[in-house]
Design a protein around this ligand. Structure first.
Ligand code: 5AD
Ligand code: SF4
Length: 480
């Protein structure tokens, strides 16, 4: 075993390009990461990669050339678990074929690390959601010869202080502002996998974002948390206050946040949706069900009436706002009538899009203990009905976009039926596709701001014509 009194941040670069930490040399290595689940997980992956770059790791998409593999897992529904178990099972072939270290991270690793290490011999180590920033130490341990260890401790400090890490080099950045969840909705595993709520301070986030805007070319941010509306509560601060401070950062153009809980959407925050110039015209507000009795069994703390009152108020404050939601189909013992209430809600709430899922029983949650008479078939049929209705409603709501002009930040291109089409996301989160203007076929629009006039729409796609190309930075003259 090597010296254990090692400063993991004391990294020397040797003449041959290897990095030296303590007595261990780190030659250039490739890491491959499979990420499951939500934006929070994708951003956690970005943090991991960024922490390992100083140890000579670079990211590869090619699993076969990876020296180090990480599975960053999601536990929200059983399907995500099953996918991961199957992929992890397959990694025994990687281990047999070459020298590779394999780690499991994220929500499943948080609660099942010991079982995973026991069952999957190819797994070198597992670590939870609250120790991501210690990945350098864990990798050091693994290359020092330690195997089969797990780190799933919680950060016990009262405050939550980090610096945003990025690897992408794009104008878009994810910013963690609050971690954990104190809500304990009866179906949800998140409070068990992500721990208690803890917020960064307003001043820390503002300085962090100002740095990214000034030195890293960031123009659009997404504030992340399981329940961002609880942001700052324990410190006497609030999301509304944070957004108003961020608003003052020159060069920052769009502020998004996700995910919200309807109970915690304050009047103050709704007012900010009306006054802020930079806050996105899109709000994701998960309702989960349109039935009050189901919402009660879900322990969601609000009624359909309260939810609709919040929605109306948000739409009054910002008439251009676009709303999306999450729906769970077939909560335990949901009656046909309760299900129909959800269909009715879709018609009234007029969502731009929804994420909808079959209920999945998660071990350790309150709803997992409920006697449940619903069958898989009933759940699937209800989910289909929800999705079919929403697509019909979307045809109508998207058609209203035709003729309007939207400013998008172009993210890239794809080929549709042999035609190269660029795509960008509007302030209100809609993806719009476009072909270049005549004579501009070779133009690289990536990360340009472009004004697009919508020409046609379907439930799921939207086409536009270029009205104006504004370049990679906006100036006060080209305000929409
Ligand atoms: N079953 C199905 N969907 C779930 N979600 C959370 N837990 C479950 C579960 N046990 C959904 C909710 C949440 C989204 C992120 O995932 O709709 O808003
Ligand atoms: Fe899960 Fe509810 Fe917390 Fe969202 S608010 S993460 S659904 S417990």
């Amino acid at each position: 075993m090597n010296n254990t009194d090692v400063d993991i941040y004391d990294i020397k670069t040797l003449e041959n390009g290897n990095k030296l930490v303590g007595e261990i040399e780190f030659p250039p290595r490739k890491m491959w990461v499979k990420t499951y689940g939500c934006q929070m997980n994708y951003h956690d992956t970005e943090r991991m990669v960024s922490h390992l770059q100083p140890l000579n790791f670079s990211l590869t998409d090619n699993r076969e050339e990876a020296d180090f593999m990480i599975f960053n897992t999601c536990a929200i529904r059983d399907l995500a678990n099953q996918k991961f178990y199957s992929h992890l099972g397959g990694s025994k072939h990687d281990k047999a074929a070459r020298e590779v270290k394999i780690a499991a991270a994220g929500c499943i690793a948080q609660t099942e690390s010991k079982e995973l290490l026991k069952k999957y011999k190819q797994l070198d180590f597992a670590f939870g959601t609250d120790v991501i920033d210690n990945i350098g130490e864990m990798v050091y341990r693994a290359y020092a010869g330690d195997t089969k260890f797990s780190v799933t401790s919680w950060d016990k400090s009262a405050n939550y202080s980090i610096e945003t890490k990025r690897t992408a080099g794009t104008p878009q950045a994810f910013i963690n502002i609050i971690k954990g969840c104190d809500k304990f909705c009866s179906y949800c595993i998140v409070p068990f996998t992500r721990g208690r709520e803890k917020s960064r301070s307003v001043s820390e986030v503002v300085n962090d974002v100002a740095r990214l805007v000034k030195h890293d070319g960031v123009q659009e941010i997404t504030l992340l948390g399981q329940n961002v509306n609880s942001y700052g509560k324990k410190n006497g601060e609030s999301l509304a206050e944070l957004i108003m401070e961020l608003e003052n950062i020159n060069g920052l153009e769009i502020i998004r946040y996700t995910t919200s809980h309807p109970y915690d959407i304050s009047d103050e925050l709704i007012a900010v949706h009306g006054t802020s110039e930079k806050l996105s015209n899109h709000l994701h507000l998960p309702v989960q069900s349109g039935s009050n009795t189901v919402l009660q069994r879900m322990l969601r703390e609000y009624s359909v009436e309260h939810y609709m009152e919040r929605l109306d108020k948000i739409r009054q404050a910002n008439p251009d706002i676009i709303i999306s939601t999450d729906i769970i189909a077939g909560f335990p013992n949901e009656t046909e009538e309760e299900h129909r209430d959800t269909l009715e809600l879709l018609k009234v709430a007029k969502y731009d899009f929804i994420y909808s899922y079959n209920y999945s029983s998660r071990k350790g949650t309150k709803s997992a203990k409920m006697d449940d008479i619903l069958t898989k078939d009933i759940r699937s049929r209800r989910l289909q009905e929800i999705q079919k209705l929403q697509l019909e409603l979307q045809v109508e709501s998207r058609a209203l976009m035709v003729g309007n002009t939207y400013r998008v930040l172009v993210e890239g291109f794809g080929t549709m039926k042999g035609i190269k089409k660029w795509k960008g996301r509007s302030d209100c989160f809609r993806i719009i596709h476009f072909v270049p203007e005549a004579g501009q076929e070779d133009m690289d629009y990536t990360w340009h701001w472009v004004d697009l006039k919508v020409t046609s729409t379907t439930a799921l796609s939207c086409q536009g014509d270029v009205v104006n190309v504004l370049g990679k930075r906006l100036t006060p003259e080209n305000e929409l």
